[in-house]
Design a protein around this ligand. Structure first.
Ligand code: E4P
Length: 217
């Protein structure tokens, strides 16, 4: 399972990279705005800064919603750095653009996916990643993890190579459940990754080991 961090905060990206288990970064316009990154040039520079911190894929989202606009913006994003994956919304024009990018060898992440049907369409268009938003489904009393399981079944039935990128992850249990289902990638906040570290018996055990060592030295 690949671990992506879902933020545009460079300190958090560095911290996750330092942990040694980071495989990539996802961003979106809201995450950019949260960091105060505004204006086209600043946003493009920020993507390059992120690519220079991490080794893996960095999803950069288009703002356009028409085919020509998505293609123009996506090509500009892809030209920025070899690690960039163009993030395209799950809309009709987006699917057409994903097919166009696939044919040109530009990698894509189909975002804002909330149903198995949408995920099937993204795979048919050749998306590199599909991003089902599980936390936002949970927020409206719908089982986000069940969607991951449905997509896994469909993709395995037909051998689709599109990777399931479980997005909108809110906590460690989401990460674990996605791993059990077989999501290819998770993207979430740093806390959802660091939460995997924690167990009280580890802390108690370590404290005892260190105390016993001190007794004999
Ligand atoms: C995915 O790529 C999105 O950036 C993200 O996971 C959305 O998460 P949220 O629902 O916490 O905003």
């Amino acid at each position: 399972m690949k671990f992506f961090i879902d933020t545009a905060n460079l300190d958090q990206i560095r911290e996750a990279q330092d942990l040694g288990v980071l495989d990539g970064v996802t961003t979106n316009p809201s995450l950019m705005a949260k960091e105060g990154i505004t204006g086209r040039n600043n946003i493009l520079k920020h993507y390059v800064d992120i690519c220079n911190i991490v080794d893996g894929d960095v999803s950069a989202e288009v703002i356009a919603t028409d085919f020509d606009g998505i293609v123009k913006e996506g090509e500009q994003l892809a030209d920025l750095h070899e690690q960039i994956v163009v993030k395209v919304p799950m809309i009709k024009e987006g699917i057409k653009a994903i097919k166009y990018f696939t044919d040109k060898g530009i990698r894509t992440n189909c975002t804002l996916v909330f149903s198995a049907g949408q995920a099937l369409l993204a795979a048919k268009a050749g998306a590199t990643y599909v991003s089902p938003f599980i936390g936002r489904l949970d927020d409206i009393s719908t089982d986000g993890l069940n969607l991951i399981a449905e997509i896994r079944l469909i993709y395995d039935n037909y051998g689709f190579e599109t990777e399931i990128l479980a997005a909108s992850i809110r906590h460690t249990m989401h990460v674990l459940e996605c791993a059990k289902i077989g999501a290819d990638v998770m993207t979430g906040p740093l806390s959802s990754i660091e939460g995997l570290l924690k167990h009280p018996l580890t802390d108690i055990g370590l404290e005892k080991f260190l105390a016993d060592y001190k007794k004999g030295n």
